[in-house]
Design a protein around this ligand. Structure first.
Ligand code: ATP
Length: 355
């Protein structure tokens, strides 16, 4: 499918600080993209450059084949939903949503009917006569969405739109937003620093760090095969273990000098092996582990139960290792006691030293 939005070699500097460094990204029609990264990595700056609130120093923004780099925000075929909703307090909900079409010269009756259709999509058709102050946070967020989609933009930009909501409502809104996006077929670019939120909603996640793109991919792909150390540490929890590959297709892990068959034939010569905590199992009399497991022995440092699962912190020859087991801990798992852990070598993901 052809690109709806092309971000072509975009750079943006503030004084001596590079906020966006050669950003290149293609977004398809109807795609849900999350821009994910820690505070200050440049997510909002990139969104503002796409929206036209800020000009890039170099590079181009192309939407649907048209270079919009020099167009003001209102001339671009997109809309933006901000964190603080920015609803007009003196207008009813219906008037808020009808405002966009009215400004474009659409007659009142037609604008109201479009606004009503848009409110219907977000489940608020019955509340059009209310004022924003009479709506809950989640409802106000839906009004902001209805207002942003009333003119059916090709692209909707959303800057942390759920961050003001409490956790439960936020999780519900994530699913609602995803379903709404699928129904509308409008491409969404959604800024968040919350990896779970990005994983829940996005078709593809763009992981950013210090003004650069570290990796682009589906959430599961990024989790399973992080391209860099930064991504491995930022997405989920990870044990990162230095390794060297030998000529005979084995890799030697720094930790306890364990040797494992290389998980892939083109393994880099050295770098970091990523091992997710859920891929480490506790071995004991009840679970001796199957053939082919790599085994580690050490001492438990902390055992933390969060109900649904248990986090097991172990010291393996001076390396801190984290394992996650389903359910509650076994009775004998006390800090200071010996522990045996096992993992299958196919669960090691190798990152070359220059990544
Ligand atoms: P957050 O999640 O905290 O909103 P972010 O990833 O959206 O962070 P940006 O707001 O894009 O980060 O900012 C990127 C960097 O650029 C930050 O270091 C910020 O201080 C800087 N920056 C952003 N806007 C300006 C500006 N107008 N003038 C100077 N520096 C700026």
């Amino acid at each position: 499918m052809s690109s709806l939005l092309s971000i072509d070699a975009v750079c943006k500097r503030f004084g001596g600080y590079t906020a966006l460094d050669d950003i290149r990204l293609e977004i398809r029609q109807g795609e849900f993209i999350a821009l994910l990264g820690p505070s200050g990595c440049g997510k909002t700056t990139l969104l503002r450059v796409i929206a036209g609130f800020m000009a890039p120093d170099t590079g181009r923004i192309v939407i649907d084949g048209q270079d919009v780099s020099h167009l003001p925000p209102h001339r671009r075929p997109l809309n933006t939903v901000f964190q603080n909703y920015a609803l007009f307090p003196h207008m009813s909900v219906l008037e808020n949503v009808a405002y966009g079409p009215r400004r474009q010269g659409v007659a009142r009756a037609e604008a109201n009917s479009r606004a009503l259709a848009s409110l219907e999509l977000v489940g608020l058709a019955a509340l059009g006569n209310r004022y924003p102050r009479e709506m809950s946070g989640g409802q106000q967020q839906r009004v902001a969405l209805a207002r942003a989609i009333v003119n059916r933009p090709k692209l909707l930009l959303l800057d942390e739109p759920l961050s003001a909501l409490d956790m439960k409502l936020r999780k519900r809104m994530q699913l609602e937003l995803k379903h709404l996006q699928e129904k509308l077929g409008i491409a969404f670019v959604f800024v968040t620093h919350d990896q779970e939120e990005a994983m829940t909603m996005a078709d593809r996640i763009v992981v950013m760090n210090a003004g650069r793109i570290e990796q682009i991919g589906a959430g599961t792909e990024i989790y399973r095969a992080p391209a860099t150390r930064f991504v491995a540490e930022f997405i989920g929890e990870a044990n990162l273990i230095a390794f060297e590959a030998s000529r005979d297709g084995e890799i030697r892990l720094a930790m306890q000098d364990s040797v494992a068959p290389a998980p892939r034939p083109d393994a880099p010569a050295r770098g970091l092996a990523v091992l997710r905590p859920e891929h480490l199992q506790v071995l004991d009399d009840a679970n001796p582990g199957c053939d082919g497991l790599c085994r580690l022995t050490g001492v438990l440092s902390d055992v933390i139960s969060v109900g649904s699962h248990t986090m097991i912190h172990a010291d393996i020859g001076g390396h801190a290792v984290l394992a996650r087991a389903m359910g509650l801990p076994n009775a004998g798992m006390l800090p200071g006691s010996p522990v045996r852990l096992g993992f299958h070598p196919s669960h090691l993901h190798l990152i070359g030293e220059h990544a």
